[in-house]
Design a protein around this ligand. Structure first.
Ligand code: DQA
Length: 146
């Protein structure tokens, strides 16, 4: 499928498949399926087309960026813990030259010191953190504005 300025790749990184069970005091009680449903609804309202993937594997996330680089015009990525140390994922985000927004459910600036550093953020146009599902929604709204 050809690239359209409205095509957005959404990548959820490791452990986000356990949303709703995982550390619910931090990440909430709603599941990844509920998050994806909310994103699809918002995308319809904004006129965006989404492809959404979750992986627990760094290489798989990199492969998904490569495979969709000619389809997508932008990426919304929650790299999970890879945020804090994956230079390989950072290089992949930079390599595909797409608009990229890093998102986090929790406020990574107000948690453990190791979470305050993102090695991915410098190759993204924005980092949106601490708004729960709203972090992803805000990213879609920003991309839809062009
Ligand atoms: C997270 C924050 C990361 O530090 C953590 O490793 C995650 C989730 C978030 O969405 O708040 O897995 O990316």
């Amino acid at each position: 499928m050809a690239r359209s300025g409205r095509n957005v790749l959404v990548l959820h990184g490791p452990n986000l498949n356990l949303l709703g069970e995982r550390e619910t005091g931090i990440y909430g009680v709603r599941s990844l399926a509920e998050l994806n449903a909310a994103l699809r609804k918002k995308a319809r309202e904004l006129g965006l087309t989404l492809k959404i993937f979750q992986s627990n594997h760094e290489g798989r996330l990199i492969d998904l960026l490569h495979a969709n680089r000619k389809w997508a015009s932008a990426v919304v990525i929650n790299p999970g813990a890879y945020t804090h140390y994956s230079y390989a994922l950072r290089d992949a985000v930079a390599a595909v030259s797409l608009r990229a927004i890093e998102v986090h459910l929790s406020n990574i600036k107000k948690r453990e010191p190791f979470r305050r550093v993102s090695v991915i953020a410098p190759v993204c146009e924005a980092q949106i953190s601490g708004k729960g599902f709203g972090s992803y929604v805000a990213a879609l709204e920003r991309l839809a504005k062009g």
